[in-house]
Design a protein around this ligand. Structure first.
Ligand SMILES: NC(=O)c1ccc[n+]([C@@H]2O[C@H](COP(=O)([O-])OP(=O)(O)OC[C@H]3O[C@@H](n4cnc5c(N)ncnc54)[C@H](O)[C@@H]3O)[C@@H](O)[C@H]2O)c1
Length: 331
């Protein structure tokens, strides 16, 4: 299969390596607004640098979009109009209207769009889902989700990220829906700036806490931040009447016990999302290719991005207005 990859920045270079290593990819074409960057990555992975117009005129059979967020909607639209199945990094667009527009255009073209929620491909989150769905945990009462970066992303990224709820906790909101099969009804969010002025200057926060109420009454707490000195922390604790399971509590979880004599977790803490989710990023593109080949249904349809975005929008409004917000308010 001939695959085009547009955008080879932080996440795009990882996708380039993954696609180049996948035996189903016979030719990999890369494009980036920064031509020198495209050349460097193409040389590294053995790909060809190809212009956008060529990509959309028959050079490839499938498209992966990993540019900065602002270009996603247009590139997905061009891909759909060219009849290409597309994988696009989250978010599809900056807001609800833009995301709905993307979904409408893909539906009109009759093509397929997978969104990059890689946690759905992580073994731990999948096992948690299976445990919930099989009833092994009994009835759920509490979810505790964490996403915390060890250090802020570049300031230019922060300015266009849409804020911590849309950029970062959207993964928690999505995976809570994925694991439980429930929808979020109400959101109460708070944020703080405890680090330097980067986030405040962008109207964003560096520390976050969100209380969720799901449609079956289960409570969820999502927290995180951008200055987590312990390392990159992404976990989900699922507590039910029959047991508790934690996704992400492995040897490298960036936690240390305050109890004497407890030496677990023993490993080097994860330093970044690349290390923590490397296998999940590989799996999501592997399944995208399987889907393009018609072997499996779309493993993460674009509609999921809209549902998670509603929760993030509600969180942003809740933080701004200092009150609980029903997710239906932002539909
Ligand atoms: N799923 C995840 O865990 C995850 C992690 C990181 C980033 N992301 C998402 O991936 C996207 C990229 O993030 P990043 O951190 O790699 O950003 P980045 O700034 O490192 O890279 C973006 C790249 O896109 C290129 N680009 C920008 N506009 C373009 C255009 N119109 N045409 C071609 N190339 C263009 C830039 O030159 C740059 O090389 C963002 O939307 C981000 O939300 C997802």
């Amino acid at each position: 299969m001939r695959v085009g990859l547009v955008g080879v920045g932080r996440i795009g270079v990882l996708h380039a390596e993954t696609l180049a290593d996948n035996p189903q990819v016979t030719q990999l074409h890369v494009a980036d607004a920064d031509l020198a960057r495209a050349r460097e990555v193409a040389d590294k992975v053995g790909a060809t640098v190809t212009g956008l117009d060529e990509l959309f005129s028959g050079a490839v059979d499938a498209l992966v979009v990993a540019t900065a967020t602002g270009a996603h909607a247009e590139l997905v639209q061009r891909g759909a109009e060219a009849g290409l199945p597309v994988f696009c990094e989250k978010p599809l667009a900056a807001d609800v209207a833009g995301t709905r527009g993307v979904l409408d255009r893909v539906a009109a073209a009759g093509t397929s769009l997978q969104v990059g929620f890689q946690r759905r491909f992580d073994a731990g989150y999948r096992a948690a889902r299976e445990a919930v769905r099989s009833g092994r945990l009994g009835w759920l009462h509490t979810l505790r989700a964490t996403t915390a970066d060890p250090a802020p992303p570049p300031e230019a990224y922060i300015r266009t990220s849409g804020g911590i709820f849309r950029d970062c906790h959207i993964h928690d909101f999505d995976v809570i829906r994925f694991v439980t099969g429930r929808e979020v009804e109400t959101v109460y969010a708070a944020g703080a700036n405890r680090g330097d002025g980067l986030f405040a200057r962008a109207g964003d926060v560096d520390t976050s806490a969100v209380l969720l109420t799901l449609d079956d009454g289960t409570l969820g707490v999502v927290s995180g931040g951008r200055y987590n000195g312990g390392g990159y922390d992404a976990r989900l604790e699922v507590a039910g009447s029959e047991g508790t399971l934690v996704a992400g509590l492995d040897e490298r979880a960036p936690l240390r016990s305050a109890e004497q004599g407890v030496r677990w977790p023993p490993g080097q803490p994860y330093a970044s999302f690349f290390e923590r989710f490397r296998r999940a990023y590989v799996a999501e593109l592997g399944e995208f290719l399987d889907h393009v080949l018609g072997r499996i249904p779309n493993p993460c349809p674009a509609e999921e991005a809209l549902e998670a975005l509603y929760v993030a929008e509600a969180a942003e409004r809740s933080r701004a207005e200092g009150r609980p917000v029903r997710v239906s308010e932002v539909h």
